[in-house]
Design a protein around this ligand. Structure first.
Ligand code: PEP
Ligand code: MN
Length: 337
């Protein structure tokens, strides 16, 4: 079972829980810390022993050992988690915008997009340097050169950088350049990658797998939290469906559902959710109306020449128009922008 301790629990109270576990003869008891929370995981104790722990000083509640996630659960923490990335703050009242190309292609392509993104009022730049492509023959990204360009161009416009990390051994390198590590849809259950990203201490943008149930998605987030990194932003990006008119099916209700299940911020990617530029704005507006804490949108100055995902990229002016309308919706539902 999981013995969740109160915020501000003292070391001697933690010790008290461990001593009680030992006295009750459990096979193993270990301490996990994430942000302000501390949890003692007890293996091998009988369920009836829960009340024994509940009475101890510093204990907030006891959860059963089959709970798929504990640290990520809304019940674990009264207030919502706020994740700061550069000037952006996810999980507060503001709706944050992240814009940029699917992939970093050239310095001038990135700069044009970054300039438009900053002008629209967004605080973060996206762009893939390591690209997870379905075909091994498709453009795979510029690798470290792409990371260098992201850092350089983002700094010119005071933007923070989010970019994907695909392999555990890349995590340290990507963290040298990026302000936030993205874990893509295809990697949501790459557990060594989740742990490697967590260990960098950088905020993580965790995208929902195209076939993830919400509980599985939150269990993936729990991997990061359980490694002591609470700076996680969840991203709904559409799930696989049977209809071919859109690339994926945007699960708009995942936003209010997740916000009830977890204290972590939730953003939406209307680009990968729809796969079609003309559907990106309506999907984005629905997401903001449903309570999303932010949007991540693909932007390209010449979508017809893009090396990846041109069909879903917004032109610079289209992104600026999207931000304006999304802000009006955000204001209408009491969010600040
Ligand atoms: C991306 O955002 O660059 C991306 C590849 O998205 P996803 O992992 O959601 O497919
Ligand atoms: Mn893309």
């Amino acid at each position: 079972m999981f013995v969740l301790l109160k915020e501000g629990v003292t070391e001697s109270e933690v010790r008290g829980v461990l001593d009680s576990a030992e006295a009750l003869g459990v096979s193993e008891a270990s301490v996990t810390r994430a942000g302000k929370r501390t949890m003692v995981r007890v293996k091998g104790g009988a369920a009836e022993q829960a009340v024994r722990y509940e009475r101890l000083a510093g204990v907030e509640r006891v959860l059963p050992s089959d709970a798929p996630y504990v640290l990520a659960a809304r019940a674990t923490q009264g207030c919502s988690t706020e994740v700061a990335v550069g000037r952006a703050l996810f999980g507060g009242t503001r709706v944050e915008f992240i814009g940029g190309p699917c992939a970093v292609e050239t310095e001038s392509q990135l700069r044009t997009a970054a300039e438009a993104v900053a002008k629209a009022g967004a605080r973060m730049l996206r762009g893939g340097a390591f690209k997870p492509r379905t075909s091994p023959y498709a453009f795979q990204g510029l690798g470290e050169r792409g990371l260098e360009l992201l850092r350089k161009v983002a700094d010119e416009f005071e933007l923070a950088v989010v970019t994907e990390v695909m392999a555990p051994e890349q995590a340290v390198l990507v963290a040298q350049y990026a302000d936030m590590l993205q874990i893509g849809s295809r990697s949501v259950q790459n557990f060594p990658l989740l742990e490697a990203a967590a260990r960098t201490g950088k905020p993580v943008l965790l995208k929902r797998g195209m076939m993830s149930e919400l509980d599985e998605f939150l269990a993936s987030a729990e991997y990061i939290l359980a490694r002591g990194n609470q700076q996680v932003v969840l991203c709904e990006r559409g799930v696989r469906s049977f209809d071919k008119h859109t690339r994926n099916l945007l699960d708009v209700m995942a936003v209010p559902l997740l916000k009830g299940l977890t204290h972590l911020p939730v953003v939406v990617d209307p680009s990968h959710a729809t796969g079609r530029s003309e559907l990106v704005a309506p999907a984005a507006y629905a997401a903001v109306a449903a309570g999303a804490d932010g949007l991540i949108v693909e932007v390209h100055d010449e979508p017809e020449k893009a090396l990846s995902d041109g069909r879903q990229a917004l032109r610079c002016a289209e992104f600026q128009a999207l931000v304006q309308t999304a802000r009006a919706i955000a204001t209408a539902i009491g969010r600040c922008v």
